[in-house]
Design a protein around this ligand. Structure first.
Ligand code: FAD
Ligand code: UDP
Length: 383
């Protein structure tokens, strides 16, 4: 088969763009994936008891993007699932994002009520406010509560997760988990919150199940391709088509501007001979243990089983080519290196970087899908 398009990476980004090229343009696509499975970090699988496990950490789909939701709905039925998280604070499990219920559990009633009243005078009910904003609130009691939340919910967790204090990392990261003005205890507030009925791997398998898509698993692009003088060579022959690259951008260029920093995780799964382990899918441990959170998968995809499986996530430094690059660390230096890679890319007009690793962004799944659909439209469909 002759391929005008090669896609490196069969994660969500690579799979969406491959599906669009095959289905809409009717062109053949070669997808190259270094792992032994599709799905990238969204990969999930059923264990022998029918419990769906997310191999690279808990993945909860949520979006406000109508286009993304209807696009994905072509490949899956959904089960409604609204993620709820508790955090162990001073020996009590309280809702996170921190809300009025959390406040009622942890503070004396009179103080809690006063602070809630002040917040309701300032903000509309349901609004989500970054904790860093409340630290400078004009009211002293609000500042006191915000300081407590900062120290008990964010400080320990962030130091474990990133090896840095909250003020040392990009504010957008902390703002993902705000303080909620009200009692809404859902982790996300998007319009669509659900999980693919048969899992993410099955959803992505259906995307890639097209006669024009050829998938090569267990194949690292670096084994079959190389870049030289603005040209792309595949199997030692010059490639004249389009290469869509969804792997780490620094790796593509042999780290010539230095490695981009990432944080990684060690995933520790435990199968337990009890029907349930905890009250909700995820419990965060900001101040205790070396792991950040425990997720129990049966809460996400319900299944009848006398056993349960939990996952503990241990953050760690990222070792190049050994660990999973989980989270980009947005330092000024990292942004500068990324820009250097971006400008180098301009001398390779046939290469399009796409996705969390190639664009060095903290994309959620819906962001990754939205981005792939946009790139497809802008580069290929309306061109
Ligand atoms: P990836 O999934 O990383 O896929 C890239 C693919 O390229 C991989 O399969 C990789 O093996 C392959 N590849 C790389 N280099 C090469 C090479 N040289 N040759 C061949 N193949 C290569 N999002 C949410 O919306 N909700 C969540 O709850 C959520 N939880 C998350 C939890 C964790 C711990 C992590 C790490 C991410 C989470 N995400 C979540 C984000 C989600 O995983 C990403 O948005 C999504 O996986 C991005 O897809 P991608 O295709 O861009 O990247
Ligand atoms: N965070 C925290 N305490 C919590 C939950 C989150 O300090 O109980 C901070 C932490 O810095 C984390 C960031 O908020 O990295 C984003 O959290 P999120 O749950 O969105 O992370 P992800 O699910 O992407 O790992």
């Amino acid at each position: 088969m002759f391929f005008k398009y090669i896609v490196v990476g069969a994660g969500l980004s690579g799979s969406v763009i491959s599906e669009r090229i095959a289905r809409v343009l009717g062109e053949a696509v070669l997808v190259i994936e270094k792992r032994g499975h599709i799905g990238g970090n969204c990969y999930d699988e059923r264990n022998r008891h029918g419990i769906i496990l997310h191999r690279y950490g808990p993945h909860l789909f949520h979006t406000d993007d109508e286009e993304v939701f209807s696009y994905l709905s072509q490949f899956t039925e959904w089960d409604i699932y609204q993620h709820r998280v508790l955090a162990l604070i001073d020996g009590r499990k309280v809702p996170v994002p921190f809300n009025f219920t959390s406040m009622d559990i942890l503070f004396p009633e009179a103080l809690s009520k006063r602070v809630q009243e002040i917040l309701l005078n300032h903000y509309e009910i349901g609004i989500r406010v970054p904790v860093l904003d409340l630290l400078n609130h004009q009211n002293e009691e609000v500042r006191f509560v915000a300081r407590y939340v900062y120290e008990k919910v964010f400080l320990g967790y962030t130091i474990k997760q990133w090896g840095k204090r909250p003020e040392e990392i990009d504010p957008s990261v902390i703002a993902r988990v705000p303080i909620v003005i009200g009692k809404d205890d859902r982790y996300f507030h998007d319009r669509y919150q659900c999980v693919p009925r048969y899992g993410y791997t099955e959803l992505i398998r259906r995307m890639l199940d097209h006669p024009k898509i050829k998938l090569l698993l267990n194949t690292d692009f670096r084994e079959i391709g190389r870049l030289q003088n603005g040209k792309v060579y595949v199997f030692d022959r010059e490639f004249h088509g389009t290469l869509i690259y969804t792997g780490p951008i620094d790796e593509l260029f042999d780290y010539c501007f230095g490695p981009l920093p990432y944080r990684s995780l060690k995933f520790d799964f435990e199968e337990l001979e009890i029907p349930w382990f905890q009250e909700v899918a995820t419990v965060n441990y900001p101040n205790d243990y070396n792991f950040t959170r425990i997720t129990e998968f049966k809460h996400i995809h319900t299944v009848e089983s006398k056993r349960t499986v939990i996952l503990k996530e241990y953050p760690k430094d990222y070792e190049i080519l050994k660990d999973v690059p989980c989270y980009p660390i947005f330092t000024t230096e990292a942004r500068r290196s990324y820009e250097a890679y971006e400008s180098l890319l301009r001398s390779f007009p046939l290469i399009i970087p796409l996705g969390r690793l190639a664009e060095y962004r903290y994309y959620d799944m819906d962001d990754a899908v939205a981005r792939a659909l946009r790139v497809f439209r802008e580069k290929f469909h309306n061109a």
